[in-house]
Design a protein around this ligand. Structure first.
Ligand code: SF4
Length: 229
């Protein structure tokens, strides 16, 4: 039986709501799967649900939701083109994203990859350093500083085919730092991502926009010594 994208997302959301694969299920009120249209042209991925999102069970709500929604409306991105979610689906204690050495993010990224596969967006905005690290740089190494990455376009073919990624500051960081420069660069990032998404939906490409191809390092070669000389 073939599922429609909506049915597929609903089935996945049910699995996530019951997931106890990592210790974060102990801190959550409820898992936050994501919201938006299943054929979204643009996906926006944050790090982990905060207190408001945990309470409501929805991504990007409260003050950060308003901040993001303002940015999107300035860049003329309609709500009907967007799907919002996060790397982790459960709120970490005190909103502290788990360390690299813990298993939470590698496990939860599996759900995110499935969401990306079902929705098939034209462009993905990565909001903040955790999304940059766990979506694009997992298996590659340390990502660049978020300030240097904001506004840059990336592609990672080994995991996401031709999908283009653009980096922005997380709305929560924009609210906390209140820097006009960071807001400006994030606005430019959203605008350039939307431009790329629209072009792709119309069957065009944007060859003038430079992007970086991220390639994981080759696996190490172990030299084995023959026992029979
Ligand atoms: Fe499962 Fe992800 Fe929640 Fe961990 S964070 S319990 S992997 S849904």
């Amino acid at each position: 039986m073939t599922l429609t994208p909506d049915e597929h997302l609903n089935a996945l959301a049910d699995i996530v709501r019951g997931c106890t694969s990592c210790r974060l299920h102990e801190c959550r009120k409820q898992a936050v799967f994501g919201r938006g249209v299943s054929n979204a042209s643009m996906m926006i991925i944050g790090g982990a649900p905060n207190e408001d999102e945990d309470k409501k069970g929805e991504s990007f709500v409260g003050k950060i939701g308003k901040e993001l929604s303002d940015l999107l409306s300035i860049c003329e991105v309609p709500d009907t083109a967007v799907y919002l979610t996060s790397v982790l689906k459960c709120r970490p204690e005190k909103n502290k994203f788990p360390a690299d050495t813990e298993d939470c993010a590698p496990l939860c990224v599996g759900y995110l990859k499935k969401q990306i596969e079902v929705i098939g967006p034209d462009v993905i905005l990565l909001a903040g350093k955790h999304a940059l690290q766990w979506v694009l740089y997992q298996g590659i190494g340390a990502p660049p500083d978020i300030t240097r990455a904001v506004g840059q376009h990336y592609r990672r073919r080994d995991r996401f085919g031709e999908t283009r990624f653009v980096v922005m500051h997380h709305p929560n960081d924009l609210l906390k730092n209140k820097s006009d420069v960071d807001r400006e660069t994030s606005m430019t990032a959203v605008s350039s991502a939307w431009h790329h998404a629209k072009a792709r939906r119309e069957g065009q490409s944007t060859p003038w926009v430079r992007f970086t191809d991220l390639v994981p390092p080759p696996p190490p070669v172990f030299q084995t010594r023959s026992l029979f000389r």
